[in-house]
Design a binder for this molecule. Structure first.
Ligand code: URA
Length: 434
């Protein structure tokens, strides 16, 4: 590396980094030549000054190019994935991937673990007895070839730059930066070698980008990167002012996914699965319109083909597919406490993050990386936002295993209010495509 200090000084002073400076930084940081303290100085400067669009594209490409990009030569189907910025009860990926595969797509999905107040797809899948998410590249491709879906975690050779940068951002207060989030998410998705991508960008108190305009800005930056890389993409701006579905917590969410895969379950979950799956089919050119795509996905949920596909994925990834039929193999936590309405009125969610932190208190999330998760604990939402409730009526079931109940109940109290009137925002605010 020439002199890292000149790169740091350029960004410190708000100047655009040259392509050579970006490549030099990324290579030097991943190889260990550039120290964490130097990288964190640069990230802080990027956080404060932002990045120009062209600069960010070079940054993302530099991240992507150090590491393996999946080629998947044996996969003939269009390769399409989705990504969600996450929230409370967001389990869409789990029924969506097999439903999209049942309609002819290949879904090579690399997911993450829980982050902050949100639960991760990998952790949810591991609530299925035996289910393995740490797949080798060979196992990943074999599963994709045989079932149309592979649900794995990031391996060390996929975007190693993001692993290092993400861990550093996490401990230096540098997560909430649009260029850093966009390049982190898109470099990992683009490493899947996709033909198309659907992005679900959440807004509301349960989202990372709470304000609608910040969510919109993030969506636009991610779409700009997709365009630069020649990947067709759509971003949907969806509601995380309320939980998605009726359940949050790993085992409870898997059970809700099974309902969805049987054509049942909460309507908002089904709606997002059909919408995102329909858009995946449209982007891949398998249907002519979003409406046709939605209908195809709905049929795959109703006729059992999505469920059948998921059974094969479970078997292929080492899980016990009998749990699809024998729900007793998936047991939520043994004890249930009910949170009731303190007065009569209408339910309004106030701070959805509190629900995620409550699940953490119960043992269903990590406070430290090394913590193990109790998949059985979680919440069931008995009443919907905007619904009228009576005093003393049960609003939330807390499934617990003794641990952390009192602090969990205390944070849940922050999450809602009973008000005189409240009109919920729509489930989907906007959609943009490139
Ligand atoms: N998810 C990611 O993968 N990266 C971020 O920066 C934020 C959320």
């Amino acid at each position: 590396v020439t002199d890292i200090r000149s790169i740091l000084a350029a960004k410190r002073d708000g100047r655009r980094l040259s392509d050579a400076q970006i490549r030099e930084f990324m290579a030097g940081y991943v190889s260990g030549e550039i120290a964490d303290y130097q990288a964190s100085a640069l990230l802080m400067a990027i956080f404060i000054h932002g990045m120009e669009d062209g600069e960010l594209a070079v940054w993302a490409r530099a991240m992507l190019e150090i590491g393996r990009v999946m080629k998947l030569p044996r996969i003939a189907r269009p390769k399409v994935d989705k990504h969600s910025t996450g929230g409370i009860g967001d389990k869409v990926s789990i029924p969506l991937a097999p439903a999209a595969a049942a309609c002819g797509l290949a879904v090579p999905m690399i997911s993450g673990r829980g982050l902050g107040h949100t639960g991760g797809t990998l952790d949810k899948l591991e609530a299925i007895p035996g289910f393995r998410t740490q797949l080798t590249a060979e196992e990943f491709e074999r599963c994709l070839e045989r079932t149309g879906v592979a649900l794995g975690g990031q391996t060390p050779d996929l975007v190693p730059a993001d692993r290092k940068l993400y861990a550093l951002r996490d401990v230096t207060g540098l997560i909430e930066s649009i260029p850093l989030i966009a390049s982190s998410i898109m470099s990992k998705k683009l490493a899947e070698g996709l033909d198309a991508l659907v992005l679900d960008v959440k807004f509301g108190s349960g989202a990372f980008m709470v304000a609608k305009d910040r969510g919109e800005a993030l969506a636009r930056v991610m779409l700009g990167l997709a365009r630069d890389f020649g990947v067709r993409a759509t971003a949907l701006h969806t509601n995380m002012e309320r939980p998605l579905g009726r359940a949050a917590g790993h085992t409870l969410e898997i059970l809700e996914c099974f309902d969805c895969l049987e054509g049942r379950g909460p309507s908002d979950l089904r709606e997002l699965v059909c919408l995102q799956g329909g858009e995946m089919l449209r982007l891949a050119g398998l249907v002519k319109s979003l409406d046709e795509g939605r209908t195809r996905i709905a049929r795959a949920l109703d006729d059992g083909s999505a469920r059948e596909c998921f059974g094969r994925v479970i078997r292929e990834q080492g899980g016990d597919p009998r749990c699809l039929d024998e729900r007793s193999l998936l047991q939520p936590a043994p004890r249930v406490e009910r949170v009731v309405a303190p007065q009569a009125g209408v339910l309004a969610w106030r701070d959805l993050r509190a629900l995620g932190f409550a699940i953490c208190e119960l043992g269903g999330g990590r406070k430290q990386l090394s913590d193990t998760i109790d998949p059985r604990v979680g919440l069931v939402f008995l009443r919907s936002e905007g619904e009228r409730v009576e005093r003393g009526e049960a609003l939330i079931e807390v499934h617990h295993a003794e641990r952390g109940l009192a602090p969990a109940l205390a944070v849940i109290q922050r999450s809602f209010a009973i008000v005189s009137a409240h009109t919920p925002a729509p489930l989907v605010l906007a959609s943009w495509s490139v």
